[in-house]
Design a protein around this ligand. Sequence first.
Ligand code: AMP
Ligand code: TRP
Length: 326
Amino acid sequence: MARIFSGIQPSGELHVGNYLGAVKNWVALQGTAEAIYCIVDYHAIIAAYEPAQLRIRRREMAVGLLAAGVDPDRASLFVQSDVPQHTELAWIFNTVTPVGELERQTQFKEKAARAESVMAGLLNYPVLQAADILLYLADRVPVGEDQIQHLELSRVIVRRWNALFSPEADFFPEPQPLLTPTRRIMGLDGQAKMSKSMGNTIGMLDSPTEIWAKLRPAMTDPKRIRKTDPGTPEVCNIYHLHKAFSPPETVEHVARQCSTAGWGCIDCKKVLAESMETELVPIRVRAELLREEPARVDDALASGAARCRALASETMRSVRERMGLD
Ligand code: AMP
Ligand code: TRP
């Protein structure tokens, strides 16, 4: 059975972009392949953080993922720092990663431009990501569009390592992204990708009141100024969210009402809020139940980590042997 791997940072909020771009696909894919999902705390500590906060965020991320439908019986869910081999393989991959490739990464360039001083961890972030995936010899990686470049780099690393240490038969597979139709969700400002750092998100676990408070002022078709102006659904961010959350008949109806100026944007947003509630309220309820049963979360993470440590030590045994490190 093929193995899929993906990771998410315990960044403090699981937003609708994460949910539609990645997590929903994680849930759909478990059962079709051996699925391994990781809360990547070693990646998260690259940005300034509070240790006590990190502990809370790791747990909240586990609660969110389980509530969204990650099923510990069909997928391994674990915290990265519970499997120390991630950093061991990352070090090994550092020795076969050209610095030029790291400096070319868009995410590095953007973050480095904003940083006062750039730490080596920021530059090496995608090397650790490659190690995450390859420690389990996973070849398929469900992620949003922003991760495509990191996966290209992981293939560069794999090719070089294989050429040096496994020339007859490739030991590591070349990981490929698995994208969804909602691979890039825009933020509520309609300007940039939905992301926590932009403050333009809706949380997957937001209450209906919070969802409405954020949707109400959200950007729509910029050319639609008055309610009587016909709109262009395809350029409207709210319409794209309808496509992700509303049933096809509703999507069609919304498009017609918008382009004929039958509805104003607020009417359209009210229907979207209802569709989002239909999908997200059950997740929110499950999250509340899980918070009351911390042992269920602990058990899921502990069994995921135990399974992953076993797989990881198997991979590292072969890697060490091939590299003369045994
Ligand atoms: P992160 O929060 O950066 O750890 O991202 C976790 C996952 O969510 C990754 O697979 C990202 O590609 C995906 N993701 C994050 N933001 C978005 C977005 N705005 N649209 C689609 N996918 C996203
Ligand atoms: N870089 C990813 C993100 O920011 C998180 C991540 C870390 C990841 N390791 C991974 C994703 C391995 C997929 C596979 O979203």
